[in-house]
Design a protein around this ligand. Sequence first.
Ligand SMILES: *[C@@H]1O[C@H](CO)[C@@H](O)[C@H](O)[C@H]1NC(C)=O
Ligand SMILES: [Cu+2]
Length: 243
Amino acid sequence: MKTSIALFAAALASTASAHTIFQELYVNGVSAGHTTGIRVPTYDGPISDVTSNDIICNGGINPYRTPLPTDIITVPAGATVTTEWHHTLAGADATDSDDPISAGHLGPVMVYLAKVDSALTTTVTGLKWFKIYEDGLDSSGVWAVTRLVNNKGKVNIPIPSCIPSGNYLLRAELIALHGASSYPGAQFYMECAQINVTGGGSASPATVSFPGAYAGSDPGITINIYWPVVTSYTIPGPRPFTC
Ligand SMILES: *[C@@H]1O[C@H](CO)[C@@H](O)[C@H](O)[C@H]1NC(C)=O
Ligand SMILES: [Cu+2]
């Protein structure tokens, strides 16, 4: 119990502005370039309202850096992409003890895709999203965010081989649960990358909407992760699509 309270206090103390931004995508280990093809905001703050359009691709209360990217990253179906997160847009160059994110920002990591006519579309409402990746709390009590921190901000994501070719937005998301014991409190971090899937198949995954996929009452969104220390965790949203 003493340890839990100490951890809780330490987590609170380190949460002031220790946020994060998904800012680099690798395809089969090759970087597309720092911030290339990713709609990065100018501020790394969280979204807390799951009913807001800002939950889609950010860029609302944290305005996008402009001009918006015009690159579309080619991703062969079946490839492994790596999403890389950092505390600020300085990226891996920052000498920052809260990079890639404060170690106290514990929670899950997820990735969704939405098929779009053009990955350059600026209309992100009304899209149909399917989850392709999720990582929450493992059986040893280690959170996805801790794995991300240990891997210097990188998370490897297999792209399903059977999804149709074409343009998509790739929405990478991290939820920090240190203040999530009441709603709003969970901190949602997400950015959207512009990709073109090649060599795909003909699957039609079930989809969800943003906003809509999450509710403030979800057990993975309003949760006290410190006391009692959680041993199992229900990741928000649907289970990931597999071919
Ligand atoms: C996507 O890839 C296909 C296949 O290589 C190509 O024909 C198409 O022009 C690409 N589209 C975009 C927007 O990059
Ligand atoms: Cu933060």
